[in-house]
Design a protein around this ligand. Structure first.
Ligand SMILES: N[C@@H](CCC(=O)N[C@@H](CS)C(=O)NCC(=O)O)C(=O)O
Length: 207
């Protein structure tokens, strides 16, 4: 049995979306930080960092959104969602995953943290312009790298698309402009039924 611990629209959406793309059976556990779920010893045993997403599969716990979705694709993808290991496409896939989770996501998350996520006394308004400058630079590079194909690695959806699609959704949520090709890509990728299905299951679990 697979259990996903998450919060709707957080990085757990990367995982619920992947689970749905793979057609897996899974259950959801909403972590309500406001109600103290983050301090629940049972949750801390799953993720001592007290963050979401976390996934438990038959007693095996794994955390870090990118690691979770890569693991799921390797184990259950049967050739879907990942290029062949050792191929040039796989090298490019690794490049995108690193770029998305470091260069693009981190400045964006700094904006989120200093706008709303950190405790009030830890927020620094001056961080916002620095993080925006860094995010805009990374978004311009992604715009330049974006291929003409439907997906990042050609004609098939990969994990990198799920990570980039989710990160670009966050950009919109955090009120950051993104360049035109990336905007069209975001709209196309996030219109996938599997993303809607993952989000709907998380929202129902949180209701
Ligand atoms: N690098 C981690 C980041 C996890 C993370 O920061 N999750 C946020 C929600 S998207 C969280 O749980 N924040 C709660 C907190 O920091 O207290 C990943 O990709 O899974």
């Amino acid at each position: 049995m697979i259990t996903l611990y998450g919060i709707p629209r957080s990085r757990s959406l990367r995982v619920s979306w992947t689970l749905e793309e793979l057609g897996l059976d899974w259950r959801y556990r909403y972590i309500n930080f406001a109600k103290g779920d983050g301090r629940d010893p049972a949750f801390l045993a799953v993720n001592p960092c007290a963050k979401v997403p976390a996934l438990v599969e038959d007693g095996f716990a794994i955390t870090e959104s990118a690691a979770i979705v890569l693991y799921l694709a390797e184990k259950y993808g049967a050739g879907k969602l990942l290029p062949k290991a050792g191929s040039h496409e796989s090298a490019l896939h690794h490049k995108w995953v690193s770029f998305i989770t470091s260069e693009l996501e981190q400045p964006l998350w700094s904006i989120g943290k200093h706008k709303f996520a950190l405790p009030q006394e830890q927020r620094l308004p001056e961080m916002l312009s620095v993080a925006k400058w860094e995010f805009d630079k990374a978004a311009a590079i992604a715009e330049q790298w974006l291929p003409e194909s439907e997906f990042l690695l050609g004609d098939e959806l990969t994990i990198a698309d799920i990570l980039l699609g989710h990160t670009l959704l966050w950009a919109t949520r955090f009120e950051q402009d993104i360049p035109p090709k990336l905007t069209a890509y975001r709209d196309r990728i996030t219109a996938r039924p599997a993303m809607a299905a993952g989000l709907a299951k998380e929202e129902a679990g949180a209701a």
